[in-house]
Design a binder for this molecule. Structure first.
Ligand SMILES: NC(=O)c1ccc[n+]([C@@H]2O[C@H](COP(=O)([O-])OP(=O)(O)OC[C@H]3O[C@@H](n4cnc5c(N)ncnc54)[C@H](OP(=O)(O)O)[C@@H]3O)[C@@H](O)[C@H]2O)c1
Length: 190
């Protein structure tokens, strides 16, 4: 039984405060790390389609005896898939061996591509279908977030950004907080 703090998101869902991230891990490293992490009490895992290790997460999850409702699995929509989030998520779910993910993030806004608002509409539809519980973004600035709200009426519940003692992003953290957007740190050890 884990006793780590839980974070309440604006959509009412809760997530463990601490996740294991698997960026740069190979398939075999991911299977081993996720299995060990679950064994010692982690319940949240953070992967992404671009990490090419969702299948490793899926293998470790399948081997685990933990009930699904005790796990919190995040994956992310890669930039080149912003035009078809449904297809991208279905591929991720297949690799993860899951019926739904707890959190799906748009990985980067990629403003030059100008598809992130449509991608956000796609994530809203995925949430309606029950394929994702919570939806959010990563590496978004306030003006990107404001555009999502202006054009869809819905803010993300999470903005995952680079955040650590050497890069604290205090203004962004405050802006997110004002809009009930949880700030999640990537590269927390810098
Ligand atoms: N959304 C995004 O765009 C994005 C971008 C980057 C990361 N992320 C997520 O954030 C997660 C964590 O980020 P991260 O891997 O970049 O950085 P991190 O967790 O801040 O740091 C990892 C580094 O810390 C070192 N380290 C880890 N444990 C240590 C220990 N016990 N003692 C000393 N050094 C230790 C490792 O060094 P050595 O390599 O030397 O062992 C490694 O290079 C990723 O796995 C991913 O899930 C998201």
């Amino acid at each position: 039984m884990t006793t780590q703090p839980m974070i309440k998101l604006a959509d009412g869902n809760i997530m463990p405060q601490l996740s294991l991230g698997v960026w740069q891990a190979t398939h075999d490293q991911t299977v081993a790390a996720v299995s060990d992490a679950l064994h010692i009490g982690y319940r949240a895992i953070d992967t992404a389609a671009i990490y090419k290790n969702e299948a490793g997460v899926g293998e470790a999850l399948q081997a685990s005896t933990l009930p699904r409702d005790q796990l919190f699995i995040t994956t992310k929509l890669w930039n080149t898939d912003q035009s078809d989030p449904q297809k991208a998520l279905e591929e991720s779910l297949q690799k993860l061996r899951l019926d739904f993910v707890d959190l799906y993030l748009i990985h980067w806004p990629v403003p030059d591509q100008d598809t992130y608002v449509d991608a956000w509409r796609g994530l809203l539809r995925l949430q309606e279908q029950g394929l994702v519980k919570s939806i959010g973004v990563s590496n978004f600035h306030p003006h990107h977030l404001q555009r999502l709200k202006a054009e869809t009426g819905v803010f993300p519940v999470i903005n995952q950004v680079e955040l650590h003692p050497l890069f604290q992003q205090r203004q962004l953290q405050a802006w997110n907080a004002t809009h009930q957007i949880q700030t999640e740190s990537w590269s927390p050890l810098a």
